[in-house]
Design a protein around this ligand. Structure first.
Ligand SMILES: Cc1ncc(COP(=O)(O)O)c(C=O)c1O
Length: 433
């Protein structure tokens, strides 16, 4: 149910509406004839794209985007239906394939990332799954950073293996290790940078060059930075993955994901997979995400500022043995982060002595932080990766990834920083590093 006083425009599309709908020519043109590739990417800044790109405006003249809550779309006659299904006539058929609200989200995010095409998906994991199943076949091989989201490791290790797709895991910043792991069957290199939860930074341009030399595609999960802080396609990556569940929404409301890249890579294979297999984004979620995109740049700056303050403060605390944040001079890839990113992000991890009991003690002593696995929210969250997000990894995999039992991950939100410090201090007081 929608709250009273919260005006949300919902329309059921009709043929008349469709024929009169005007896409803002400034940013889109009429879907699907005009692709994002036809827009000069240098013409508008990322913030303008975040607020404006892709908007479809109906004859009603609404200022905010509509939610097209319609599973199917109506044709003027049987001949038009046939033409839509054959692809001779562009337009919507069914919301598993395309939906105008989802399309607006896709065009907006594509513009922000500097990509030709974006495909919205039901979750971040389905964005990764769709990419792999669309582009790979039995016998193919992935080289992946081992410092990735635990469920992605499980997907590669436990599910893709059933379909004959093998993965070799390497250390994110061991560039010789990446090259050595590449086989003739390798098709994808996969990474997150910054990594989850240790905030290691990979040199995207260097790995893109490696991928090109070996005829592989470089896939970057850009969830932690978002296009506001990092645009991997401009550094040579081929495909970007997002869990829209995180910063793109920004207020912990919906689960969704996205794949961004060239029309050639996404158009046939990944879109083809999605419309057949069905992990499509819902129009309501797309609307929440595109509203989230409008404030993303403001929120990311605030997340970065608060996280920087918390990270610097944590380094001074007696009960803390190590702080992982790329904005700190002590971070091994601080220089790379400073050139590759336009900010250091909102995630800070730190280690306490004494392993799990101490980490849990610190977590349980907090009052403002939410104990939850999600991140990228205006509300700060605190997580024990070893027993939550990364619990499915074997002890060896966790040790190789550097995820100790004393590690705590913070997603620093937009509360007053002094309140967050006081909250952490409750559990840290008395610990001796
Ligand atoms: C870096 C990263 N990628 C992908 C995912 C998966 O996204 P979702 O939960 O939307 O499926 C997550 C989820 O936490 C994540 O942190």
């Amino acid at each position: 149910m929608l709250n009273a006083g919260f005006l949300v425009p919902i329309v059921i599309v009709s043929p008349a509406f469709e024929s009169h709908a005007v896409r803002l020519t400034l940013f889109g043109g009429n879907y699907p004839e005009v692709k994002m590739s036809k827009i000069n990417p240098e013409q508008y800044g990322v913030n303008t794209c975040a607020v404006r790109a892709g908007q479809l405006r109906s004859p009603e003249g609404e200022h905010s985007e509509l939610i097209f809550a319609s599973s199917s779309f109506v044709f003027a006659n049987a001949a038009e239906a046939a033409a839509r299904f054959s692809g001779d006539s562009p337009g919507n058929i069914y919301s598993r394939f395309t939906n105008p609200t989802v399309r607006t989200f896709e065009e907006r995010l594509a513009a922000m990332e500097g990509g030709e095409r974006c495909i919205g998906t039901a979750s971040g994991m389905s964005a990764i799954l769709s990419t792999c199943l669309a582009l790979l076949r039995s016998g193919d091989h992935i080289v992946s950073s081992r410092s990735i989201f635990g469920t992605t490791v499980s997907l590669f290790d436990n599910i893709l293996t059933k379909f004959g797709i093998a993965t070799t895991f390497v250390a994110l910043t061991d560039y010789a290790g990446w090259e050595q792991a590449i086989r003739p069957q390798t098709r994808l290199l996969f990474l997150e940078t910054p990594s989850n939860p240790l905030m290691e930074i990979a040199d995207i341009a260097r790995l893109a060059e490696l991928a090109r030399r070996h005829n592989c595609l470089l896939v970057v999960d850009n969830c932690f930075c978002t296009p506001v802080l990092q645009q991997p396609l401009k550094l040579g990556a081929d495909i970007i993955i997002h869990s829209a569940t995180k910063y793109l929404d920004g207020q912990g409301r919906c689960v969704g994901g996205a794949v961004i890249g060239s029309e050639a890579l996404l158009g046939e294979d990944i879109f083809g997979f999605l419309r057949t297999a069905g992990p499509s984004m819902s129009p309501f979620n797309a609307w929440v995400f595109l509203k989230g995109l409008e404030t993303l740049h403001v929120r990311m700056r605030a997340h970065c500022e608060n996280a920087m303050q918390i990270a610097g403060w944590l380094e001074q605390q007696r009960g803390v043995t190590r702080v992982f944040y790329p904005g700190l001079q002590s971070h091994p890839q601080h220089e790379l982060a400073s050139t590759q990113q336009q900010g250091y992000g909102g995630i800070v991890s730190f280690e306490v002595p004494g392993g799990k009991p101490t980490a849990w003690q610190v977590i349980d002593a907090t009052n403002v932080f939410s104990i939850t696995a999600n991140l990228g929210d205006t509300k700060s969250t605190i997580t024990h990766p070893a027993t939550t997000t990364h619990h499915r990894l074997t002890d060896i995999q966790r040790a190789e990834s550097g995820i100790t039992d004393g590690l705590i991950r913070l997603s620093v939100g937009l509360e007053d920083v002094d309140d967050l410090k006081r909250d952490l201090l409750a559990g840290l007081t008395g610990l001796v590093a």
